[in-house]
Design a protein around this ligand. Structure first.
Ligand SMILES: N[C@@H](CCC(=O)N[C@@H](CS)C(=O)NCC(=O)O)C(=O)O
Length: 210
C-alpha cells in the first residue's frame, strides 16, 4: 500500500495525521504539486481528479477522497478507532466531520483558491480550468469566521469536536484552522475560549506534526 502525498498540502496532511494517530506506517510517494506533477498522464491514471492524496493498494486499486481513505484505513486497522466504535458513535462523528469539512475546511479552500495569485485559472482543483471569482473569496472568509464561532459553541458542549474523545472530526477542524492561518492569515478571535482550549490540546498531539 502506498500513499500519494505532497508535504506542503493540507488534504494529504489530514490522512497523515490519521495514519500517525493509528500508529501505522504507510510508504509515501511525493507528487510535486508545485511543478504540476498531478496533471501528468502517469498520475492521471492513478487519480483522474489530479489531486492528492490517493491510496494505492497492492492490487492496483486506487482510493481517492480523504474521508473515504480514512474510512478504509479505519476498517483495516480498527485499533485506536477515530470514526467511532458503535453504529451511533460512527454516525455522530461522521456527521460532525462532514459539517466541519463543508462549513469550515471548504470555506477556507474557497477563500484561498479564489484569491491566491498562483491559482489564477485554477480556482477549482482538477483537470478543468476555472477562473477565480473574488466574491467567492470574500464569502469564504466570512464563512471561515462563522465556522470558528460555530466550532466554539460545539466545544462548549463537549471536549472534542464531535464527542468527548478525539476523532477524525478534530483532525478536519484543526487542519482547517491551520490552513486559514497559513493561506489567509486568519485566526480565531481570542474571545472564542472553548475553541482555544481545544486547539491547544489537540495541537500538542504528536500526530499533528505530520
Ligand atoms: N476532494 C479531494 C480534495 C483533494 C485536494 O484538493 N487536494 C489538493 C491538495 S490539498 C490538490 O491535490 N491540489 C492539486 C491542485 O491544486 O492542482 C479529497 O478529499 O481528497
Amino acid at each position: 500500500m502506498k500513499l500519494y502525498d505532497y508535504n506542503g498540502a493540507s488534504n494529504p496532511r489530514r490522512v497523515r495525521i490519521f495514519i500517525a494517530e493509528k500508529s501505522i506506517n504507510i510508504e509515501t510517494i511525493q507528487v510535486d504539486l508545485a511543478s504540476g506533477q498531478q496533471f501528468s498522464d502517469e498520475y492521471k491514471k492513478i487519480n483522474p481528479y489530479c489531486v492528492v492524496p490517493t491510496l494505492l493498494l497492492d492490487d492496483g486499486t486506487a482510493i481517492g477522497e480523504v474521508p473515504v481513505i480514512c474510512r478504509y484505513l479505519e476498517e483495516i486497522y480498527p485499533d485506536h478507532p477515530l470514526i467511532g466504535s458503535t453504529a451511533e458513535e460512527r454516525a455522530i462523528i461522521s456527521m460532525w466531520e462532514r459539517r466541519i469539512e463543508l462549513d469550515g475546511y471548504f470555506s477556507v479552500v474557497d477563500a484561498t483558491r479564489n484569491s491566491n495569485s498562483n491559482l489564477k485559472g485554477h480556482a477549482v482543483t482538477g483537470p478543468h480550468s476555472y477562473e477565480q471569482i473574488p466574491a467567492l473569496a470574500e464569502r469564504g472568509k466570512k464563512r471561515t469566521f462563522s465556522f470558528f464561532e460555530d466550532l466554539n459553541s460545539l466545544l462548549e458542549k463537549h471536549s472534542y469536536a464531535a464527542c468527548d474523545h478525539f476523532s477524525i472530526a478534530d483532525i478536519t477542524a484543526v487542519v482547517a484552522i491551520d490552513l486559514a492561518k497559513k493561506r489567509l492569515d486568519i485566526t480565531p478571535d481570542s474571545a472564542l475560549t472553548h475553541l482555544h482550549r481545544w486547539y491547544k490540546a489537540v495541537s500538542a498531539r504528536p500526530s499533528m506534526k505530520a
